[in-house]
Design a protein around this ligand. Structure first.
Ligand code: FAD
Length: 448
């Protein structure tokens, strides 16, 4: 194997498989470094859902293949008291996540990508000094313990939420932004198989501070005999352990689940915020969970990662054709991502923070009087804001007159979603205006 490539990609899950395939299809020589053996890629804690609205918004077709388990036509949001619920026409597809990832890997390999599996990317390599300093490769270690240096014209970090390479870049590089753990959720998930058939196929998300503080838990059918049960907890200081919560709090609320045999169990962490402020540097680009490209309301990251992969590939290809992989040359990726999806995530973060801040009692009221309707939630997921009708609705909300504090909170959340959307749609065209934009964003998010 050559120790050089046009592009070095770290990680072969959704983000890595997508961008490597796209780059190879443009004729580039692409090398992917993946710590897992090829046959284990895609063994991932997941809700196993592809959201139709996300693919539609991003101008992509929903993926097709044998990995699809079922069509989803609706989802239910359940109040903490288990009495009220909203049923949303949340269309999508249930997938076998492992088979889906293996499918993406095979598409990438067919395009001519070289995969170095069972190999860990340890640290970045640099060329140049000061402002000319650029990422120029990766030091890797194989499963025999041998290390070697691999050089590339561009280094692409798709290593997931812990961003193994990005986090080792110089702290003065904007892309090395540290993600606060309170902006991520820690999850535990099982699949359970029953010896009997359930009455119906469903996907249900449950809000409950007592069970899943800061986020939610879910129960979704893969088929009438198998369910995917998961719990997400925001990683605020002193947060409880999700597996312990699963057994101590979740299962007792749904005793029928105890009758199922466990067929899979695993944990994971997912980002729950806006994308990184800046996702490029000299000779470097990042995408997927490593760049926090996940919808903060739903935790859906597959669509945004695939979108970012396609977007980034065109920008990188042009940069390589121009022999210029500077931050200026790669900047268009930042701008285009934020213009098309970053603003949805930023608004989604405000919505998620609002939901996290509610007590169970207030959540019961909101879902009970249905002031947040199914359309409101779907609109927020898709557009990162609430639709214009919501403003009129909360002004006229007789149902909420009894709860004036909630009314104030809802209005504040709605107005903050609008403001952050405008901020993101004004993402700077060039690095020159980045620092003043970033100051505005940080002031906005620190000013609750
Ligand atoms: C509980 C849970 C439920 C979810 N449910 C859904 C859902 O239903 N729908 C949806 O759209 N999204 C869902 N997501 C989010 C989705 O799984 C992620 O957004 C998506 O997997 C991001 O892909 P990625 O390629 O960026 O990162 P990852 O999937 O994390 O992949 C990173 C890859 O990099 C490799 N790697 C890491 N470090 C190194 C290293 N040093 N060297 C070499 N290789 C390395 C890893 O082995 C892995 O293969 C969920 C996430 C969680 C945690």
């Amino acid at each position: 194997m050559n120790n050089t490539a046009d592009a070095i990609v770290v990680g072969m899950n959704v983000a890595g498989a997508t961008i490597s395939k796209e780059l190879a299809s443009l004729g580039l020589d692409v090398l992917v470094i993946e710590r897992l053996p090829q046959k284990r890629i895609g063994e991932k804690t997941c809700g196993d859902g592809l959201e139709k609205h996300e693919f539609k918004r991003l101008g992509m077709l929903l993926p097709e293949g044998k990995f699809i388990i079922r069509e989803i036509t609706r989802g239910e949001l359940i109040a903490p008291d288990l009495k009220s619920s909203i049923t949303a026409q949340a269309e999508g597809r249930g997938i076998n996540r492992y088979q889906f990832n293996q499918h993406l890997v095979s598409l990438s390999l067919k395009e001519g990508v070289t995969l170095l599996d069972e190999t860990v990317a340890i640290s970045p390599i640099f060329d140049g000094q000061r402002v000319a300093k650029k990422a120029s490769g990766i030091t890797v270690r194989d499963n025999q313990g041998n290390t070697k240096r691999i050089k590339g014209k561009i280094v692409i970090d798709c290593s997931g939420v812990f961003a193994r390479i990005r986090n080792q870049l110089p702290s003065s590089w904007w892309v090395s932004e540290k993600v606060d753990s309170k902006d991520t959720a820690v999850c535990y998930r099982e699949t359970r198989k029953f010896g009997f058939e359930l009455d119906e196929l469903f996907v249900r998300a449950y809000f409950s501070k007592e069970v899943a503080p800061g986020a939610f838990y879910w129960i979704g059918c893969q088929n009438l005999r198998t369910v995917n049960i998961g719990i997400g907890i925001l990683r605020t200081p002193g947060h409880p352990n999700p597996k312990r919560q699963f057994y101590a709090k979740l299962l007792p609320r749904h005793p029928y689940l105890e009758k199922g045999t466990i067929t899979w169990k695993s944990g994971g962490v997912v980002p729950a915020r806006r994308p990184l402020d800046c996702m490029v540097a000299n000779g470097f680009l990042t995408l997927g969970d490593a760049a926090c490209q996940v919808n903060p309301i739903s935790g859906g990251g597959i669509g945004p990662s695939m979108f970012a992969g396609k977007l980034a590939a065109t920008v990188i290809n042009e940069a390589l054709e121009n022999r210029d992989t500077s931050i200026e040359s790669l900047w268009r990726y930042n701008k285009n991502y934020n213009d098309q999806y970053g603003f949805v995530q930023a608004g989604g973060q405000i919505f998620r923070e609002f939901l996290s801040s509610l007590s169970d009692e207030d959540m019961n009221k909101i879902l009970g009087v249905q002031i947040l309707s199914e359309e409101d939630i779907l609109y927020a997921l898709e557009h990162g804001k609430l639709d214009a009708g919501f403003v009129t609705k909360i002004k006229l909300a007789r149902k909420l007159i009894r709860y004036p504090n909630l009314l104030i909170l809802l209005r504040k959340m709605q107005s903050r979603m609008e403001k952050v959307r405008s901020l993101y749609l004004a993402y700077p065209e060039t690095p020159r205006d980045f620092l003043s934009w970033r100051t505005k964003v940080h002031t906005f998010f620190n000013d609750q």
